[in-house]
Design a protein around this ligand. Structure first.
Ligand SMILES: [Zn+2]
Length: 184
């Protein structure tokens, strides 16, 4: 695969890149793109920072022992557990209001919600564009392959025809010579 990746393709597979789940070639292609594209490199840094902060939040949660913090953490845990359902509008009214209240009172939850929205939008956009790009590449490949197959087929049938023609010509000449010889 010699082709360079587009920003949209990198955006769509960046999480797999971070987790090291891509093939060696793709992993290298993404790294190369991040080296030369400031936009994608900034996105990559943002995701890495988000992940790092997530780990730090967990560490500080674990080392906290105050009762008040415990209640807040419990609220926060409830918020985290319901976050994706909340974004996808899958909660009932009572739960919806509860999550909204936690979001208002807890800055950490508010930030999570904003990031989740931003991240979802980013992923959605990249995915849509990548899907179009891939579909385009795929049909182009298929067309190329079809073209190649047709060209090969044509070549083969042309060769066969030429050989048959030569044999026929040889037979006619041989017949003519035979006929000409039989006159003498
Ligand atoms: Zn880029």
């Amino acid at each position: 695969m010699q082709k360079e990746l587009t920003c949209e393709q990198v955006g769509a597979i960046i999480t797999f890149y971070i987790e090291g789940k891509l093939s060696e070639t793709l992993q290298k292609a993404v790294k190369h793109h991040l080296d030369i594209c400031p936009e994608c490199s900034a996105k990559f840094d943002a995701i890495m920072n988000m992940l790092k902060r997530g780990v730090q939040d967990k560490i500080s949660e674990n080392s906290d022992n105050e009762a008040q913090k415990k209640i807040k953490n419990k609220q926060y845990a409830e918020f985290k557990a319901n976050l994706s359902a909340y974004i996808d509008n899958e909660l009932d009214d009572r739960e919806n209001i509860r999550i909204k209240k936690i979001t208002i009172s807890n800055p950490m939850a508010r930030k999570d919600l904003e990031e989740m929205y931003a991240f979802k939008k980013l992923l959605h956009n990249s995915f849509d564009k990548t899907r179009t790009d891939l579909r385009y590449d795929f049909s182009k490949n298929v067309l190329n392959q079809m073209h190649h197959a047709n060209a090969t087929k044509f070549e083969i049938s042309f060769k066969k025809l030429a050989i048959a023609y030569i044999i026929m010509l040889a037979a006619i000449i041989a017949g003519a010579i035979h006929l000409w010889l039989s006159y003498f």
